[in-house]
Design a binder for this molecule. Structure first.
Ligand code: HEM
Length: 324
């Protein structure tokens, strides 16, 4: 992240109090909202289990960039470069159509009521719960942004090459603790990453021309087979050994040098974060508890800005659809 942006960011990050997020926000205006979201997520799971992970990731990429405002769902327009093509999102974020399906189902029953920003929060929670992880009550009442910023996403979202010290610092700027960082990284208990995200780790870690020494050798061999030098870098591998089950396997894998991303394995290498990795690897209950706390804090991130309830999550209201 550009250091110049930080003061700006800090001034503008506020907590959930501003919009008075609360559980049951739609109980009067759209009582079936949470049931409808879960229902669509269940269908998505049957169609493609990975899509749950892909949608759950939206909460991170939405909330870190100008707060949880569904800005990352906006398509580019002739006058706005949105977040979909930013460095961390291009060729990587996926399953936008699942959110479209949720929105469509909600608009049928209670048009113009439920924000896309809240859909992301509910769907992320449901993705975790439906994959065998914890279930929790979410606070709702967010508004959708009128605009998005590719530049903000480029400046803020961390690279898989980031080390633990950088990540501790970055999460700290969002009032997320070291424990929150480690617990939230446990999101990688489900889903996949591309060879693109691991090539440098396999072939040229930190410019050494060598692989990352933190790899367990057999796991490294497996990744060499998956991602040879001439591979199509969009080929994907599992982020942990149980990629459709939300459990603490991810932490056990880190403990044995089997983390996929450098930004994962670094949490075990670094003494400041290793204790939490160890703890979560032996106590799934502790992981789930810390994870829920982290997700609620992540969902509380907001900035002061005008908002609306979008009719279509990809387009701000009153803008022409598919203009190019
Ligand atoms: C700690 C910093 C983090 C970094 C550096 C990071 C980076 C990444 C990268 C590089 C990928 C693979 C992308 C690809 O190769 O296309 C990925 C996947 C994923 N990330 Fe993260 N991530 C972080 C934290 C988080 C958090 C906080 C969440 C959720 C709250 C999350 C949820 C996910 C999920 C579920 C996937 C798999 C998505 C899929 O299968 O489509 N990540 N992450």
């Amino acid at each position: 992240m550009s250091p110049l942006l930080l003061p700006f960011l800090l001034l503008h990050i506020i907590t959930g109090a501003a919009l008075q997020l609360r559980p049951g926000y739609y109980s009067g205006t759209c009582p079936a909202a949470e049931i409808i979201v879960r229902d669509v997520m269940k269908k998505a799971f049957v169609r493609e289990p990975r899509s749950l992970a892909s949608v759950m990731r939206f909460q991170f990429h939405d909330c870190f960039v100008n707060g949880c405002d569904a800005s990352m769902l906006l398509d580019d327009t002739p006058t706005m470069l949105g977040e979909k093509l930013s460095l961390s999102n291009i060729n990587s974020l996926r399953s936008y159509e699942v959110v479209d399906e949720v929105k469509k189902a909600l608009e049928k029953v209670c048009p113009g009521v439920v924000s896309c920003a809240d859909i992301i929060i509910m769907a992320a929670r449901d993705a975790v719960a439906l994959s065998g992880g914890p279930d929790w009550e979410v606070k709702l009442g967010r508004l959708d942004s009128l605009t998005a910023s590719q530049e903000a996403s480029d400046n803020i979202m961390p690279s898989p090459r980031a080390n633990a010290t950088f990540l501790i610092d970055l999460f700290g700027k969002f009032n997320l603790s070291v424990k929150d960082l480690v617990a939230l990284s446990g999101s990688h208990s489900i889903g996949q990453g591309r060879c693109f995200s691991v090539m440098y780790r396999l072939y040229n870690q930190s410019g050494t021309g060598r692989p990352d020494p933190a790899f367990e050798p057999k796991f490294r061999e497996k990744l060499y087979k998956l991602c040879p030098l001439n591979v199509d870098q969009n080929v994907t591998g599992d982020l942990d050994a149980t990629p459709i089950i939300f459990d603490n396997q991810y932490f056990m894998d880190l403990d044995s040098g089997r983390g996929f991303l450098y930004s994962d394995q670094t949490l075990f290498t670094c003494p400041q974060t290793r204790g939490f990795v160890k703890q979560f690897s032996i106590d799934q209950g502790e992981f789930f508890k810390a994870y829920v706390e982290g997700m609620i804090k992540l969902g509380d991130l907001q900035i002061e800005q005008p908002g609306e309830i979008r009719e279509n999550c990809r387009v701000a209201n009153g803008r022409p659809v598919n203009t190019f």
